[in-house]
Design a protein. Structure first.
Length: 201
């Protein structure tokens, strides 16, 4: 897609566009086509939102069950069998973010941190490969070139995004790094609670 945008539009147009897919379609097929591709992008975004709504709360649910988040996030609805309190918590936090930031700022923070995690995920394959019990059925001869190239490109995208908007990227990284002390606090708290439970039993 990026190659197609670069072929159809001038680099300056791509850089300044706020809806590059629609602009490219308008340039090739006219204004009506631009509106159609904008609709496709909206539907795609709704699909991504659906995935986030389904997956995110289940992460908080698993964390709560492992003692790494508030216990109430591990609650399951008696009839629908969903982590309804975790879903409500995510919805409330999303409202706070949407109400206090512009769409572009939120998008910048998410894209920046997501590419960092993509890179770390690729690097995790190297660690897993060192374990004797891990025998993947994918990549084959493409290892280690493919994950190494993917990790390098992902880091490059994250760095490029960070330099393009230092303030928003720094805010996103700061929010992300808050998870490290929070994790260790929860681990410590979980350890104390399990020790107290053993003493009571």
């Amino acid at each position: 897609l990026n190659a197609a945008y670069q072929h159809v539009l001038a680099l300056s147009t791509v850089a300044s566009s706020t809806r590059v897919a629609a602009d490219a379609m308008e340039h090739v097929l006219g204004r009506d086509a631009g509106g159609l591709i904008a609709l496709v992008v909206i539907v795609s975004a709704l699909g991504a939102d659906n995935g986030i709504i389904l997956a995110g709360p289940r992460v908080y649910f698993a964390m709560a069950r492992d003692g790494l988040a508030f216990r109430w996030m591990g609650a399951v609805h008696p009839r629908r069998q969903t982590p309804y309190l975790a879903i409500a918590a995510q919805a409330a936090w999303s409202c706070v973010l949407v109400g206090s930031n512009s769409y572009r700022e939120l998008f910048t923070r998410v894209v920046y941190t997501e590419w960092l995690f993509f890179a770390l995920l690729a690097l995790a394959l190297f660690r897993l490969r060192r374990r004797g019990e891990y025998h993947p059925l994918f990549l084959g001869r493409a290892y280690p070139l493919v994950p190494a190239v993917f990790a390098a490109i992902s880091f490059a995208i994250a760095v490029n995004q960070g330099l393009a908007n230092i303030r928003a990227s720094a805010a996103g990284m700061g929010l992300l790094l808050l998870g490290i002390p929070a994790y260790y606090l929860w681990v410590r708290r979980s350890g104390k609670e399990s020790h107290a439970d053993r003493r009571l039993s």
